[in-house]
Design a protein around this ligand. Structure first.
Ligand code: SAH
Ligand code: SF4
Length: 376
């Protein structure tokens, strides 16, 4: 039996319910509609996890709520802090699956890299997450829950109204393909954006996709967040190898969807991510072809030095190569910053996330194999 859903607990977790759903739950208990607004404020503005804290509610209401519901965070299986202050959380979902989120601090702001799935069904050949076999979609509460936990640890409740905070941005760039779990990602981000709660501006949210073309328009229309596209190659031949989804939605279709992305403009450019792989996609000719491909699209390029992981066949391009590539893209009129790898020492950098679930499984498999061999 699947024990992941909230309903399988004796008390239901309120995190992840839409405002309407929260209202409906409270109505069943005989609470007036304005109570939902108050509870929402306590959960998402104040960060309350205990109904006893919700002092604008009557004592009777608080007790009634506590009998039926919880406001529960994901369980932290491991918390690591990198020498560059990047933090990574390994979180356990109700069903025991492990996911990861990463906080990347800057001077006076910072982004949380949020996972949308346990593992990923796609198998990009340079990405550690893509090698994880165990996959399921995360629930809305597990997605927004990653944000809430980071805000707990950073001590940033109640939501400040003046901006200055270390958790100021969200990047949907953790484990998983967010456009393959669009409904749940949408519900979670709607909660994050809601002005009476966490109230994060859409402009502070970037969703990265490997190129799920049929979902891109909906992402723009229904969420209107900034878009990042994992391009990584300028020919279908190379992209087919790196991002196998390209065989389904080749570069031309992907770029057509980018041209049509609702809300993209020169003030709100689409970010094209490009992982720098030695001898694979990093030549001067590739850089020139990239400029040509992106002509007419409000674009910027983000060059990502490849982050290695155990057993991977690729190597990162040299610094000189990356900068020569960047100069050509810049000369072509596109901004092309090189992403500074963060948290490499704790395997928290882009593409390194892969929860221990499978590692454990693999070691179990190896042990079973060894036992079988011995028996034979
Ligand atoms: N599934 C989504 C979002 C998660 S990955 C996507 O693919 O866009 C976030 C970014 O990290 C993507 O651009 C991805 O291609 C890149 N990435 C994956 N593995 C990497 C690695 N080992 N080194 C550097 N970047 C990597
Ligand atoms: Fe999945 Fe993105 Fe990794 Fe590809 S790069 S396997 S889409 S997480």
């Amino acid at each position: 039996m699947d024990t992941d859903s909230n309903t399988s607990q004796t008390r239901k977790n309120l995190i992840g319910l839409s405002r309407e759903e929260l209202g409906a739950e409270l109505a069943v208990l005989g609470e007036k509609p304005f109570r939902a607004k108050q509870v929402w404020h306590w959960i998402y503005h104040r960060g309350a996890t205990d109904f006893a804290e919700m002092t604008t509610l009557s004592k009777v209401s608080r007790e009634k709520l506590a009998e039926q519901f919880v406001v529960e965070r994901l369980e932290v299986a491991r918390h690591q802090v990198s020498e560059d202050r990047t933090q990574k959380w390994l979180l356990r979902t109700h069903g025991g699956h492990l996911i990861e989120s990463v906080h990347i601090p800057e001077e006076d702001r910072g982004a949380l890299c949020i996972s949308s799935q346990v593992g990923c069904t796609l198998t990009c050949t340079f990405c550690h997450t893509g090698t994880q076999r165990l996959v399921r979609n995360l629930e809305p509460g597990e997605i927004v829950g990653q944000f809430m936990l980071a805000r707990d640890v950073l001590g940033e409740w109640p939501t400040p109204t003046d901006g200055g905070r270390l958790l100021s941005n969200i990047v949907m760039m953790g484990m998983g393909e967010p456009l393959y779990n669009f409904e749940n990602v949408k519900k979670a981000l709607k909660i994050v954006i809601d002005e009476e709660g966490i109230a994060l501006s859409r402009r502070r949210i970037t969703l990265s996709t490997s190129g799920v073309v049929p979902m891109m328009a909906r992402c723009g229309e229904e969420l209107n967040v900034d878009l990042a596209v994992s391009l990584h190659a300028v020919t279908d031949e190379i992209r087919d190898q790196l991002v196998p989804l390209n065989r389904k939605y080749p570069i031309e279709q992907l770029l057509a969807a980018c041209r049509a992305y609702p809300g993209a403009s020169n003030a709100r450019r689409i970010t094209f991510e490009y992982v720098m792989l030695k001898g694979v996609n990093d030549s001067d000719a590739d850089a020139r072809a990239l400029v040509a491909l992106l002509k007419g699209i409000p674009a910027k390029v983000n060059l990502i030095p490849f982050n290695a992981w155990p057993g991977v066949a690729y190597e990162c391009s040299s610094n000189n190569r990356i900068h020569a590539f960047a100069r050509i893209v810049n000369a072509g009129g596109l901004s092309a910053p090189v992403r500074r790898p963060r948290g490499r020492d704790i395997l928290a950098a882009c593409g390194q996330l892969k929860s221990d679930t499978v590692k454990k499984r693999k070691s179990e498999l190896l042990r079973e194999q060894a036992e079988a061999d011995a028996a034979a």
